[in-house]
Each structure stands twice: as structure tokens, then as C-alpha cells.
Design a protein around this ligand. Structure first.
Ligand code: FE2
Ligand code: FE2
Length: 302
């Protein structure tokens, strides 16, 4: 009789267990790029207009507010300006593949916002041509990447609050749902820009005064710095920009925004920023401490 035995591998000779790759978004897998983690964070919250929004056929005509519909047209025009803005962002971050990878998410979502707002407005009776403004690009020169990120942190915080306020006040349920979803995206955009701004700031202490300057411009546009802001972005025609300013005045409270921006810039700079005047105060202190300008001149600087 032939006895066949199956040899048992000794523990010592055992081959190492197969690595368990787990899920695509295992939290313990550090990515090569920061983008890797941010991508999966975005994916976990990704929504679909088909799956997560009521269909356009559910629009309640009796609940449509013409003023709010005008606002949707302005928002669709503004979201469209992400296209020329992206061209500049790609240029500013041409040496940073990590940020550029993340911008692919930002860009796709902003363009999607434009599309969905436009589709809603058209379904509610508006002319689609109203929502396709000509592409406009400002003369930016060579903005510092950290300033560009900081400007976008502020911009995304503001749009998040605007969409959130409009959503809360909107009686038409399809639009309310769309505005609510977009508000969430804008909040995550603020977090993404802030993530990379924090990384850049951590690598270069000289970025602190740049961040303070951007914060100062936001908190007090009357400083006259707006025109000289190296990262000023204006990708809209004057009428759309003014209409957006009107929406911010109507729907958001700058007083409530202020603490959020101060907190965001406090995290970026590591400084205890509590009031708008702190931007200029710490900027002067930084320059003096680093001998960047004579003290008398520093006092005069914004
Ligand atoms: Fe957007
Ligand atoms: Fe955004």
C-alpha cells in the first residue's frame, strides 16, 4: 500500500502570510502624496445628483422665488469662472504635483456646481446662455503659492456660508437640496486649500507675513491692499462680481464669518489671532523680529 502523506510545513519554513490589502481607503495606509488621503476623504462624502438629489421634475413651481432664481443664475456664472481660475492654479502650482492632483477634485466639483445650477435654472425657465460668461483672466503676475492658497481658503469659507444660508432659506425643495450639497463641497474645498497652505507655511516661516497680509485684506478691504494683493483673483465680469457681492451682503453676516477666518488663519500661522487688527499687529511684529524692514517703515506698512 502506498501511503501518501501530506507534509506539514514547519512554522519556521512557513511562507509569510499574504499581505492583506484591505480596502482602498484603509486609514492606516499612508499615502505617498497628501492627495491620497484627501482623495479618499472626498470620496467618502461624494454625492451624486442622480442618486442624492430629487429629480428636476420635482421642482415645486409654486415655491419658486424669482429673486432666488436670479441668484442661481449669478452662482452658475460664478462657478463657471473656476475654468479660467484653474488655468492659473495649474500655473502657480506647476512644480507641486501633490497640490495639482488635489486640484483635479476641486476643479471637477466646481464645474459640476456650474452644470447643476445651470440645469436647475433652465428647468425653472431661465436661458442657459445667461449662465455661460466669457472667460476672463486677471493679470496676476507671479503670485506666491501660499497667498493663492490662503485667498482660496477665505473664498471657500465664504461660498460655503453663502450656499448654506441660501439653502436654509429656500422653500423650493429641489434647489434647497442642491444648495445644501454644494455648501458641503465648498466647506471641504476650504479644508483642502487650508491643508496645503498649512504644509507650505510649515516648510517656510517667511510665509507667515504673506498669510497675515491676505487675512488683513479680507478683514479690512478698505486698507487699499485689495488692488495690490499678489493673489487677487477676479475671474468674473464686473456685473457678476457686483451681483455676487450683493448676494454676500444679503445672505451672509461678515461678523459671523470673521471668527471663522481668524481661526483658519490662526491655525495656518500658529498665531493667536482674535480680532482683525491682529493681522497687521503680528505682521509688524514679525517684520521687526526678522529685521525685514526698519521699524519706522514697518509701522507704516499695512
Ligand atoms: Fe462651487
Ligand atoms: Fe469651492
Amino acid at each position: 500500500m502506498i501511503r501518501m502523506t501530506l507534509s506539514q510545513p514547519s512554522p519556521r519554513a512557513a511562507t509569510p502570510p499574504e499581505p492583506d490589502p484591505g480596502g482602498w481607503d484603509r486609514p492606516d495606509q499612508d499615502g505617498v502624496l497628501d492627495f491620497d488621503r484627501l482623495f479618499h476623504a472626498h470620496e467618502r462624502l461624494r454625492w451624486s445628483p442622480v442618486r442624492d438629489l430629487p429629480p428636476l421634475t420635482d421642482i415645486r413651481r409654486d415655491a419658486l422665488d424669482p429673486d432666488l432664481l436670479d441668484a442661481v443664475v449669478v452662482l452658475a456664472r460664478t462657478e463657471f469662472s473656476s475654468i479660467p481660475a484653474m488655468l492659473d492654479l495649474l500655473s502657480v502650482f506647476r512644480d507641486d504635483p501633490d497640490i495639482t492632483a488635489w486640484l483635479s477634485i476641486w476643479f471637477a466639483e466646481e464645474v459640476r456646481h456650474h452644470l447643476l445650477l445651470r440645469q436647475y435654472a433652465v428647468a425653472a425657465g431661465r436661458d442657459p446662455a445667461q449662465m455661460l460668461p466669457p472667460m476672463q483672466r486677471p493679470e496676476l503676475g507671479s503670485p506666491r503659492p501660499i497667498a493663492t492658497l490662503a485667498v482660496n481658503v477665505v473664498g471657500e469659507i465664504r461660498t460655503c456660508r453663502l450656499y448654506g444660508a441660501m439653502s436654509g432659506a429656500c422653500a423650493e425643495p429641489v434647489l434647497a437640496a442642491l444648495l445644501h450639497r454644494i455648501a458641503g463641497d465648498e466647506g471641504r474645498h476650504a479644508q483642502g486649500f487650508a491643508h496645503y497652505a498649512q504644509r507650505l507655511a510649515g516648510a517656510d516661516p517667511a510665509s507667515v507675513p504673506v498669510l497675515l497680509r491676505v487675512g488683513q485684506v479680507w478683514c479690512d478691504p478698505d486698507t487699499g491692499l485689495t488692488a495690490s494683493n499678489p493673489a487677487a483673483e477676479n475671474y468674473q465680469d464686473a456685473a457678476t462680481a457686483e451681483a455676487m457681492a450683493g448676494l454676500y451682503r444679503r445672505w451672509t453676516d461678515a461678523g459671523q464669518e470673521e471668527p471663522m477666518v481668524l481661526r483658519a488663519f490662526g491655525r495656518l500661522t500658529g498665531l493667536p489671532l482674535e480680532r482683525p487688527g491682529d493681522f497687521a499687529r503680528y505682521a509688524r511684529r514679525f517684520r521687526r523680529a526678522n529685521g525685514l524692514v526698519p521699524e519706522a517703515a514697518a509701522e507704516e506698512m499695512p
